[in-house]
Design a protein around this ligand. Sequence first.
Ligand code: GDP
Length: 286
Amino acid sequence: MTRAKRQIQDKLKLIDIAIELLDARIPISSRNPMVDDILQGKPRLIILNKADLADPVTTQQWMDYFQHEGFSVISVDSSSGTRVNEIPGKAKEILHEKIAKQIAKGMNPRAVRGLIVGIPNVGKSTLINRLAGRNIAATGDKPGVTKGQQWIKAGTDLELLDTPGILWPKFEDQQAGYRLAVTGAIKEQILNVDDIAYFATKELVQRYWPTLSERYGLESQPSDIEDNEQIVAVMEEIGRRRGCLMGGGLVDLEKASGIILRDLRAGKLGRITLEAPYDDMPLREK
Ligand code: GDP
């Protein structure tokens, strides 16, 4: 952790702005717990990535939330490139005072220099490639690859360091761990697939019952989401509907779990966000 922190802080000296990538489906759980401390007050643009997979209503609530917290924020889909072209302009807007001062001194302002930071799998490489308009070999994760820092041009207004800043996810918070696992940000070896799917099913029953019941033809909506048996019954019903049966008519819960998670991650259950700014979750962790 200290090494990751130091690596990013070394890069901060080279840049004007940090571009913090979050997963629009879990903007708090996908946030590094020490990010404010690490970025040391650098101007910052927050990007809610994978917006194509997230619930658009909740994404707007998150935009309002971060703006209220004093941040500039934009939601994008780095896979298809939707709204990615707005990033250089936003970065310039955040730094407009600095740029105006340079102009007033008779200087010719250079392109804004940025560093993309975020936890693994949030989409850093995908976004860098999008902004660059070509595939940049990802050297950042591989130890032993020695290569000087390179600047990648993202249009005329923005330049990025080719290797993103890799932050660590929230390890300590169990709920965040499950949310990260549901979205595929952390590997299933760490948490049991049945447990991850149980967590996902509970969230889906609570927030997205109409979509869930329609997708799998479910009939009986659980009356109490805290009742384990009722949630497991939903998973079993999904398994039965999808033919995940073992001998004796028993449902293969592991197979059913795999189906639920695959469908959810592929967007087959619609656009789903797992946390909203103003419900039961902690709002801001510092
Ligand atoms: P990194 O570890 O932060 O560099 O993440 P990657 O760029 O490797 O992305 C992780 C996964 O998320 C890949 O499978 C990407 O295709 C996918 N991905 C990245 N951005 C988006 C996005 O905006 N929408 C969707 N649907 N998938 C994305």
